[in-house]
Design a binder for this molecule. Structure first.
Ligand code: 1GP
Length: 244
């Protein structure tokens, strides 16, 4: 399966939803069960990753369990080159463009490129932009998070990513953020961008998912909410609101 093609075809029809599962947050059987429930609730693809404690072992096992539990494409959402799994279909080959550390901008990518090739993982290029509060990923990635009211910087970073040839741009408020990326920032970035825009961090209600979609997000990511949600109808409501 060509995952990028699959995503672009779905996005051409409307906003899509990504379920993000962190291998460090649950055991493998549970990861498989969540992926299956998310698939039944209408999610479009499973992203696998986390900012800390992703090991080759928990990544390999989680990716395999998810693959066995559902038919959706899987995309590795890496936190570095130390763990990369051939059990995923593809990898967001991404750069944290507002990091202050070249390691997160190009260093890990250089370490990982030959491994990605060897594993025959489909690389999907993505510009990753951290917005306040930024949370753990902003801290670990030594980001200079974009201020929530600094819409112009978000637009400049996003367009720079497109001009550098990245296929997707991701505005990230950070997992568990108390406030998602502001809709006015999503709207302004979407207006200037020709490549699909992914938005995530702190989205855990149908209202927040709908606000991101209406502002122009092409893909809405939920991680913490899906991992913690035990009620299938709550899960469906958030995914439905993201997709419209
Ligand atoms: C983090 O944007 C994702 O990379 C998901 O964030 O866990 O807050 O949904 P949440």
């Amino acid at each position: 399966m060509n995952v990028k093609k699959y995503l672009l075809e779905r996005i051409a029809k409307g906003t899509i939803h990504f379920t993000l599962l962190d291998p460090d947050k649950q055991d493998v059987a549970q990861a498989g069960r969540i992926a299956r429930r998310a698939e039944e609730a209408g999610t479009d693809a499973i992203m696998i990753g986390g900012s800390t404690d992703v090991t080759q072992k928990n990544l390999d096992e989680t990716a395999k369990a998810i693959k066995n539990a559902c038919k959706l494409p899987t995309i590795y959402f890496p936190s570095g080159a130390d763990a990369i799994s051939g059990n995923c279909d593809s990898i967001f080959f991404m750069s944290m463009v507002n990091s202050t550390d070249t390691g997160w901008i190009i260093g890990e990518q250089v370490k990982g490129s030959l491994i990605v090739k060897k594993l025959n993982l489909e690389p999907i290029s993505m510009g990753y932009i951290i917005v306040e509060p930024g949370m753990k990923v902003g801290e670990v990635g030594k980001a200079m998070p974009i201020r929530r009211d600094d819409v112009k910087s978000a637009m400049s970073y996003a367009l720079a990513c497109e001009y550098l040839g990245m296929s997707f741009v991701y505005l990230e408020a950070g997992s568990g953020a108390d406030r998602p990326v502001p809709p006015e920032m999503i709207r302004a970035v979407k207006e200037i961008l020709s490549v699909p825009l992914i938005v995530g961090g702190g989205i855990r209600t149908p209202e927040a998912a709908k606000a991101a979609r209406l502002a122009g997000a092409d893909a809405v990511v939920t991680g913490t909410f899906v991992e913690r949600c035990s009620d299938d109808s709550d899960l469906k409501n958030v995914i439905k609101a993201a997709k419209g």
